[in-house]
Design a protein. Structure first.
Length: 132
């Protein structure tokens, strides 16, 4: 599952692996915030689809997707803004990796937006969004 960690451990050693895991953990804060808000939306969508009310499901979907994108970008920007104090709270060994922390947050943010839309479209049973 996590072959990248084995590769980092094999090539860089235990110290590099520790830094790699710390960078991945900080970057995954954005993804965790997405899951928190997305998990509350999915039951509402599936219940509306099961009740045979696609119009209401479409409204819930579009409203919540806009809200989730705003929340996602807000969390990503907040984590990037607070990256300096977060890294300073950690051991001083991570002060050289501040740019990597910010880069990974950006990558998680960009990847999370597509994943979020795909998850929600899958939940309502449509591979492609079509306006009704």
């Amino acid at each position: 599952y996590r072959m990248d960690m084995l590769l980092v451990l094999n090539r860089g050693g235990l110290e590099v692996l520790g830094k790699y895991v710390a960078i991945l953990t900080v970057g995954s804060i954005v993804f965790l915030a997405n899951r928190l808000f997305c998990d509350t939306l999915l039951p509402a969508l599936t219940n509306l689809m099961a009740a045979g009310n696609p119009k209401a499901a479409s409204e819930v979907f579009s409203t919540n997707l806009r809200m989730l994108f705003a929340i996602h970008l807000t969390v990503a920007c907040a984590v990037m803004f607070l990256m300096e104090p977060l890294v300073d709270l950690m051991v001083s060994n991570y002060s050289n990796e501040k740019a990597l922390f910010k880069l990974l947050v950006i990558l998680y943010a960009l990847g999370g937006l597509g994943g979020l839309g795909g998850t929600l479209l899958t939940a309502v049973g449509n591979r492609y969004w079509e306006e009704a």
